[in-house]
Write a protein that binds this ligand. Sequence first.
Ligand code: FES
Length: 708
Amino acid sequence: MVVAAAAVKPGWPADKHVIVNPPPNITDPLVLFMPSGKRGRFPVGTPVLDAARQLGVYVESVCGGRATCGRCQIEVQEGNFAKHKIVSSNDHISAKGAKEERYERVRGLPDRRRLSCSAQILGDLVIDVPQDTVINAQTIRKDADTRVIARDSAVRMCYVEIEEPDMHKPLGDLDRLKIALMKDWGFKSLEFDFYLLPQVQGILRKGNWTATAAIHKDADSDIARVIALWPGLKNEAYGLACDIGSTTIAMHLVSLLSGRVAASSGTSNPQIRFGEDLMSRVSYVMMNPDGREGMTVAVREAVSGLVDKVCAEGNVQRNDILDTVFVGNPIMHHLFLGIDPTELGGAPFALAVSGAVRIKASDLGLKLNQGARLYMLPCIAGHVGADAAAVTLSEGPHRQDEMMLIVDVGTNAEIVLGNRTRVVAASSPTGPAFEGAEISGGQRAAPGAIERVRIDPNTLEPRYRVIGSELWSDQPGFAESVQATGVTGICGSGIIEVIAEMYLSGIISEDGVVDGSLAARSPRIVANGRTFSYLLKDGEPKITITQNDVRAIQLAKAALYAGTKLLMEKQHTDHVDRIHFAGAFGSFIDPKYAMVLGLIPDCDLDKVSAVGNAAGAGARMALLNRGYRREIEETVSRIEKIETALEPKFQEHFVYAMALPNKVDPFPKLAAAVKLPPRKATSEDGAAGDATPRRRSREERAARRGRE
Ligand code: FES
C-alpha cells in the first residue's frame, strides 16, 4: 500500500526547512525508506530529509538543513525492488551541490553516503537510513545488544542563527534567541532553565550570533524547555541508561543523536556492605537512623564512579550528558531517589511513588550538564519495580500474541506473564541461593567458579568447566588453563547444573534426597552426619554438594515456580509459549537444566532464551525514544499485580514445586528432549514419596518464611 505523504511526526515540530508539499501526484516519484518500510510519493526536487520528515521517518538534524552537522546521512539502495515496484538508482537523486561538497571536503563523507537535507528526489528511490551515522571519526562500539532502536529522544539539539542586537528594537538577547528557535524549529512555546539566563549573552557573542540549544520535551505537552546552550554548532549529545540492581549497577553511555552505545560499564552495588539482600537493606534502614542516607550516598557515589568510567571509555565530557534514564527494583529505586524504603518492608508494600519520575539530574546531586534531565520508569508494584517495567518494555509481551513468560532471577525473582490481551506480574522470594550464597561451595560468577557440570550416570564421576577456561576438567591441559585462577567454588549456573545432573543420574530422588545407598558404589557419595553429600571436586578447596545445598536450591526454585504458577492461573492457562530469562544469571544458565530442575514450566526448549540485561535494554529504549516512555507508562497502568504473599494457593504450589521437576505438573516437552528418571506414583493428594506430613509441614514453614 502506498502511504501518501503525511503530516510530520507528532511530538517534535518540523523545522522551517521542511516544506509541506502539495498533495502527491500518482506520477510523482515513489520513495521507500528502510528499515522502517515507510513510503510515499513526493514531487521531483523534494529534499530527501523533507520526505523522511513527512512520513515520520526519523532522520537526525542538528543544523536544520544547512549541510553543516552531517547528521542527516542516508544511502541510496540501487536495484530493482520488484516487491515494491521500485527501480532505485543513484541517478534518481540530485548530484552533490556546493554545500554538500563543502561538507564532504571539510568533514568527509563515507562512500555512498549523502546528506539528505541537500540531496533531492529525482525519481523512484529506496533509501536506507543508517543507524551508525559516523561523525568526527567516532568509533562504533559492538554492543552485545545490537538491536536498532528507532530514535525520538526527549532532548533535541537545535542550531540557530540569531539577529544581532539593534538599538531600535530593544528585545533582549534571550528573547531574540527564543524567537529564532521558535521560527526555525517550529516550537509553539519555549521556556529556559533559569541557570542559563546569566550565561546567554556570553554564549551568543562567543558564537558570533549562532548557537545550539538542547531542547527537552518529554511528555505530550506543547511546552519545550531549553536546558543547555552552546556557542555555534554543537553536534553531539549523550545520555545515560542505567540499571541499578541490588548486586550490580550497569550503565550505557549512548549518543542521543546516533543511538550508538559509546561505552558500557558495570560495578557492584556498594550497598552490599549494608546487607546482601533487599530485605536486610530495609532492616538496616529501620535499625539505623542514618541508614537510608548512607545507602543513598553509597549508590549515588557508585553511579557517579560509573559515569567517570563510561566517559573515559567513550571519550565524552560529563557536560555533554543531557538526559538519563534509571531503572531498579522498588527498594533500589527508592534509595536512589533518597526515599525511605521502610514501607516496602511489609504489607501493603506501599510505594512512595509508582508513576514515572521526571526530575533534573542535579536534584540527585549527579554532576552532568547542569540542565541534564532524569527519567525513572514507573514501578509496577511494591515488589515489582521499574526494572521489571524496563524488562517488559524490552521484551514486549504486550506487543505480541504468544503467552510469554519473562523471569528476571535475582535475590527476588520478578516474573511477568502475558500477551497483548493481558499482562500479569509478581515477584517471588527466591533468596540469594541462585547467586551462590547459602551454598556450601557457592560463590559469585567470577573466574575460577565452576559454571558447567556433567555427571556420568554409570560411574557417577563428574566433569566440569570453570569460568576463565574453555576446557572441561577431564580434557588435557585443563590444569594449566586454570592455574592462574584455581577452581575456587561453584556459581549459580553451576549449582543448577550439578543438582539437575545429580537428579538425572539418580544421585538425588525427585524429592531432592541424596541416595546414601550409592556410597557403596561410588566414593563421590559421602556421609555427612545423618545425610549424604556429593563430592564434586576433591583437593583444595574441596567442593561438595550437601543435602542442605540441594534443599536451598529446591526452596529457591519452588518459590519461583509457585509465583509463575499463580500468574498462569490468573491467565487461565496451563502452558507458556515462550520463556525469556533476563539478567546476568539468565545469560549463563542452560534452559534445559533450568527446566529439569523445575525452575520454569514446561516449554519447547528452543523457545527458551536468555535475553541478557533486558532492564538495561529497556532503559536504553526509553532514553532514545519518548514513545517508549509513553508505551511503558500506559502498559504498567494495565499490568495486573499479584501479591504472592496474599495468595492462598502459593503454599500449595510451593510444596509441589519442591520436587524435581515438579510433583504434579507434567513436563512432556522436556521429557521428549531429555531422558528423565521415572516418576514415582503420586498419592491421592498429589504428594508422594517421602513428602510425609512432617516433611510437608517443614516445607510449608519454609514457604511461609520465604513469603515473610
Ligand atoms: Fe545538518 Fe543535513 S541536517 S547536514
